[in-house]
Design a protein around this ligand. Structure first.
Ligand SMILES: CC(C)=CCC/C(C)=C/CC/C(C)=C/COP(=O)(O)OP(=O)(O)O
Length: 335
């Protein structure tokens, strides 16, 4: 999988992994095992493996720190802290959604049980501020505050996402707000926390935060599209599972509120009390497409990318090529 990743992501993994490993090594032995499995460092049998996520957020932290401060290395503690919070959210999300595979492997809760996976998530969240506070970055306390505020927003986004499953009146604005809170907020934090922790000018931090917000929205929109039409061999998670649990993702809400015949049919499927069959899941995805919601989502994604790029003009930043490469990856990614 790592061979499919752009060099910036592979480099970020190499730079940040030692800090991540030593953070996870602080946990009690049982929780540590769950954390190391989730990060892809060990298999179910405890033997070393080389799996894991894309390390997109650490790469964003490092690229943004380089842009604002001239060197990426100052961003390593912040990059590790953001990745710890991200992985806390994934561990919990998999339990809440009952998802059985992630990153091409069985999810942690299916291997170790829900309680162990929840505790491992809690532990990652707890060590994230420690990593920052024990580092030698000049503004660690301010960075921790940004991380904690972002975590609170993330929780609000997840709460909204789960609540939407039971609601029939979710509109597109609300849905985009949920996508902001559960995903874009952490990318905004990723793009600003490195420069913030290293004492970069306020104007640069603000521009990078706004950049990450727009890019984070694009990232979630692509994620929603991959959930409908992605290749599970590439994404490492099952396709159509959002439809199975009748999630109100952005393309789905766009279709449901489109006033089209396809949108009406999608409502019928979503309101059916029985589980959707495989054929009905495929039909539901097709209704999203026919309602024009795939095209709309792709267009919105491009618009967000342009809004993001405009932010880089106003932040008195250095070379933004690395950030630009990551943005390209975000909108073109298949995994
Ligand atoms: C509080 C709580 C439980 C919040 C949950 C929020 C949540 C799971 C949001 C989804 C974010 C998302 C698209 C993750 C995949 O990231 P990725 O594709 O970068 O993952 P990777 O690290 O596996 O590459």
């Amino acid at each position: 999988m790592t061979t499919l990743l752009p060099p910036a992501l592979r480099t970020a993994r190499e730079l940040v992994e030692p800090t991540l490993r030593s953070a996870v090594a602080r946990l009690d032995a049982d929780t540590r095992r769950v954390g190391e499995y989730h990060f892809g460092w060990i298999g179910v049998d405890g033997a070393p493996t080389d799996a894991g996520g894309k390390a997109l957020r650490p790469a964003m932290v490092l690229a943004a720190t380089e842009t604002a401060c001239g060197t990426a290395e100052h961003g390593v503690p912040a990059a590790a802290a953001v990745e710890l919070v991200h992985n806390f959210s994934l561990l919990h999300d998999d339990v809440m959604d009952g998802d059985t595979s992630r990153r091409h492997r069985p999810t942690a809760w299916t291997v170790f049980g829900s309680s162990a996976a929840i505790l491992a998530g809690d532990a990652l969240l707890a060590v994230a501020p420690e990593v920052l506070l024990e580092s030698d970055v000049p503004n660690a306390a301010v960075a921790v505050r940004s991380l904690l505020t972002t975590t609170r927003v993330l929780i609000a986004g997840q709460t909204a996402d789960l609540g939407f499953e039971r609601r029939q009146d979710v509109d597109l604005t609300e849905c985009l707000g949920m996508a902001h809170d559960k995903t874009a907020a952490l990318l905004a934090c990723a793009c600003s926390i490195g420069p913030l922790s290293a004492g970069a000018p306020r104007e640069s931090v603000r521009a990078l935060h706004a950049y990450g917000t727009e890019l984070g929205m694009a990232f979630q929109l692509v994620d929603d599209l991959l959930g409908l039409w992605g290749d599970p061999e590439v994404t490492g998670k099952p396709v159509l599972s959002d439809l199975r649990t009748r999630k109100k993702s952005v393309p789905v809400v766009h279709a449901l509120t489109s006033g089209t015949a396809a949108g009406e049919r999608l409502w019928e499927l979503y309101e059916q009390p029985e589980q959707l069959t495989e054929a009905q899941l495929c039909e539901a995805a097709e209704m999203v497409r026919r309602a024009g919601s795939e095209d709309w989502t792709r267009g919105e994604c491009r618009r967000r990318l342009e809004l993001a790029e405009a932010q880089l003009e106003v932040g008195s930043l250095g070379d933004t090529a690395a950030l630009g490469e990551l943005a390209e990856f975000i909108v073109r990614r298949k995994l």
